[in-house]
Design a protein around this ligand. Structure first.
Ligand SMILES: Nc1ncnc2c1ncn2[C@@H]1O[C@H](COP(=O)(O)OP(=O)(O)OP(=O)(O)O)[C@@H](O)[C@H]1O
Length: 312
């Protein structure tokens, strides 16, 4: 479990990379840590690991600063930089060296090689690994101590679609085993399918800390897609309907041409449109309410934060 309280990092010239962040990463869940590039995700993770001194606040793992644990590898496993391993070593040598430091058995090394699907290349030099293999290697290194908490910085970078699916499945499994899993990304679409909980930051500040279904409730309407073979009659009908709206409702309403024919109508509900079409004898072939995706909500949220006043 990770508990972050009032965490801040101010670099030279007073720039706050992380600004008064508080959140908890709970056991048994995948928590997505989302923010645009440069929003402070890596700096936060480095402070949790004690690799970066915090300007203010605390970051605890299972109730203690990470570096105070006697067996840190069995408390938290982290993947921050997949290219951090010595290129001349073989994968098995690398894991055995890490295992020796953490008092970890060679049986566990073999189990992890199997878990990350790298058994067949365990005798190969790490320097010859592709980025995708290096990501798996780094994830395996994080799992060597069988930790209760796993923290991964952009783990799907460099993975092909099969690798991404594999990573998602593994993260789910780790959480289902009762571990706390924190996984960062700058793309909502990457974590939306796996994360139970989302922490969203921009400019080092917390924007959202809520369950994924709750975040999804923020998705607004993107209008109604209407297709009809009688487009001119449909447009005339919409003009009539708009005159019946209040002035405030009219300010929200507009009609746009949709890709592949049809219209996207804002400001009129699907049921009102269907009733009016039926009354006027306008034939409809499609009437689909459109909603923002999670990516849309994320972009809207972070763009809004970016346009806010910069911090000193
Ligand atoms: N050592 C440093 N000295 C000065 N500024 C830094 C340092 N490390 C990071 N920063 C700045 O702090 C801010 C947050 O960076 P950070 O790498 O934590 O963001 P991030 O969300 O992980 O981004 P990315 O997704 O691009 O990795 C950025 O503006 C970055 O330029």
């Amino acid at each position: 479990m990770i508990e972050v309280e009032g965490l801040s990092k101010i670099y030279g010239r007073g720039v706050a990379a992380v600004d008064d962040l508080s959140f908890t990463v709970a056991q048994g869940k995948v928590t997505g840590f989302l923010g645009p590039n440069g929003s402070g995700k890596t700096t936060t993770m480095r402070m949790i690991l004690g690799l970066e001194r915090c300007t203010a606040g605390t970051a605890l793992v299972d109730g203690l600063p990470y570096w105070q644990h006697r067996q840190p590898m069995s408390v938290l496993g982290a993947l921050l930089d997949a290219r951090g391993a010595h290129p001349a070593r073989t994968l098995r040598e690398h894991y055995r060296a890490l295992a020796a430091v953490g008092d970890i058995s060679s049986r566990q090394v073999e189990q992890v090689l199997d878990m990350v699907g790298l058994e067949d290349v365990a005798g190969r030099r790490i320097g010859d690994f592709s980025l995708g293999m290096a990501q798996r290697l780094g994830l395996g290194a994080a799992l060597l101590g069988n930790p209760g908490t796993v923290m991964l910085d952009e783990p799907v970078n460099g993975l092909d679609p099969d690798g991404v699916l594999w990573m998602r499945t593994l993260l789910r499994r780790l959480a289902d085993q009762g571990r706390a899993v924190l996984v960062s990304s700058h793309l909502m679409s990457e974590v939306a399918l796996t994360a139970d909980h989302l922490i969203v930051i921009a400019g080092g500040r917390l924007l959202a800390d809520e369950s994924t279904p709750r975040f999804l409730q923020r998705a607004g309407s993107r209008g109604v897609l209407v297709r009809s073979p009688q487009v001119d009659q449909l447009r005339a009908l919409l003009r009539t309907l708009y005159t019946e709206l209040s002035e405030a409702q009219r300010a929200q309403s507009r009609v746009k041409a949709a890709d592949g024919g049809g219209l996207i109508v804002h400001g009129i509900t699907p049921s009102l449109l269907a009733q009016a079409a039926l009354r006027s004898g306008v034939e409809l072939h499609e009437l689909t309410p459109l909603h923002e995706t999670m990516e849309d909500v994320f972009m809207r949220m972070t763009a809004h934060a970016a346009s806010a006043a910069p911090r000193e």
